[in-house]
Design a binder for this molecule. Structure first.
Ligand code: CTP
Length: 429
């Protein structure tokens, strides 16, 4: 159980936080809500009061009728200063939706309403979930304000891309779905043993993410559609579980987590060199990157000109298989996990073949024939195959939920004895 403080600012996406509140309570947490005055244009306080069973605070000069405590706490004898007490009592403060205006105020340290004042005095994990129009999100001011918050250790969630509130508008700026907000909250309080015991404490994880680019000339390349979302989600979760995480990122345009180290690479050869360098010290490698199997034999200098050509052929030569090549470096006890992108019926037999030929402990198989999962999208469904084990198909979920399942299996592979006794322990209960 955690005490979640929810700060709602003005935005149409505020309606999603009603569902978030319901889910959080269902998951055993207690929630108190504060709102900016503008947010009441979108969702009124009585909706949150009905769900949480506690008063909502909007005006920072009014006393909190509940005495600044959460529903599970005893009310103090004196009337405290609400905006100091409530944030001191919470385990995590989630700003959702965080409008461009609220983000600007919080990054500038302003405290002109209840929501911003609580952010300024917050000493607990602060999570900001931006939701706004595409142009507002991409404006230089908002980008800089978000960077400022991240530098200060605030977790700023990446908004989704898709249809936005105004008719016909499409872009980046959607508030993450209620379950994703709850996942982020539970990750932030992972220090509290119930959510993610720091089960990877003291271990080093190496994750490759993204897709390599093989130059044809100085402008064009042979690339692939991997966005890096899956690898980054694994890295974030592993860091929350206490691991020291290095990501070899091949052309990934996603936000970076201050708790993770990144090595940026572009080509398959650069990725191979970086993975080999860091593999030696790592306890587990999770190879989520899509690595080119072929590279142009002789990339041209400058930009190849079209004039005078009817067509052209580019000679490709094979790259090294990074995973196969690690066999010579591998120490006993190191866990190596690969990914397999396959279509349809070939999925399982091909994944099994790669598991064996690459000498892996586990392979995560992705069906690329289904356009609603996998490349560039947030949802995923995978089949996990371990050496000598039965294929396992966890439910479809967000990439962060799938990351969590993958890490549970990696932990079991890293500490077989410990996880077996934990499993026996839970059977005894
Ligand atoms: N991989 C690798 N080095 C390569 C290509 C792939 O280490 N040159 C890794 C990927 O990171 C992934 C796994 O191997 O973890 C499987 O990648 P995939 O592209 O599905 O397999 P390939 O070995 O390229 O086989 P195929 O071309 O038959 O699909």
């Amino acid at each position: 159980m955690a005490r979640i403080l929810l700060g709602v600012s003005g935005g149409i996406a505020a309606y999603k936080t009603l569902e978030f509140t319901r889910l959080a309570i269902k998951a055993g947490h207690v929630v108190r809500v504060v709102q900016t005055p503008d947010s009441e244009h979108f969702v009124g306080r009585s909706s949150y009061e009905g769900i949480t069973g506690a008063p909502v605070l909007i005006n920072q000069f009014e006393a909190d009728p509940a005495g600044g405590v959460f529903q599970d706490q005893e009310r103090p004898a004196h009337d405290p200063i609400a905006h100091l007490e409530l944030v001191a009592n919470c385990d995590v403060y989630l700003l959702a939706p965080a409008s461009a205006n609220t983000i600007a105020k919080v990054s500038a340290g302003m405290a002109d309403n209840m929501v911003t004042a609580l952010a300024l005095t917050c000493r607990k994990p602060l999570i900001v979930a931006p939701a706004m129009n595409n142009d507002m999100y991409l404006s230089a001011a908002t980008r800089e304000n978000i960077e400022t918050l991240r530098r200060r250790g605030v977790t700023v969630l990446d908004p989704g891309t898709g249809e936005l509130a105004s008719k016909g508008e499409y872009g980046v700026g959607r508030l993450p779905e209620p379950q994703e907000l709850l996942d982020a909250v539970e990750r932030a309080i992972a220090g509290g043993a119930e959510y993610a015991p720091r089960s990877l404490d003291g271990l080093k994880l190496l994750v490759s993410a993204g897709g390599t680019r093989e130059p044809i000339d100085e402008v064009r390349f042979v690339g692939n559609r991997s966005s890096g979302k899956m690898g980054f989600a694994i890295a974030d979760q592993a860091a929350a579980r206490g691991a020291e995480v290095t990501v070899v990122a091949a052309n990934v345009a996603l936000a970076r987590n201050p708790a993770v180290s990144y090595v940026n690479v572009s080509t398959a050869a650069e990725l191979e060199a970086a993975v080999r360098e860091h593999f030696i010290a790592t306890d587990a490698l999770i190879m989520a990157a899509a690595v080119a199997d072929f590279t142009p034999a002789a990339p041209s200098e400058g930009k190849i000109k079209k004039a005078g050509r009817e067509g052209m052929e580019i000679e490709l030569v094979a790259t090294n298989d990074v995973l196969k090549g690690l066999k010579d470096l591998r120490r006993e006890g190191q866990v190596v996990v690969g990914f397999a992108a396959e279509a349809g019926e070939a999925l399982l037999p091909e994944a099994q073949r790669k598991l064996e030929s690459k000498g892996l402990d586990m392979i995560v198989a992705n069906d690329i024939a289904d356009p609603t999962i996998g490349f560039e999208v947030d949802a995923n469904q995978v089949t996990l195959i371990t050496a000598g084990g039965e294929p396992e198909r966890p439910p479809r979920g967000t990439k962060s939920q799938i990351a969590s399942v993958i890490l549970d299996r990696v932990e079991a592979l890293l500490r077989p004895a410990a996880s077996q006794s934990a499993a026996e322990g839970s059977r005894r209960v």
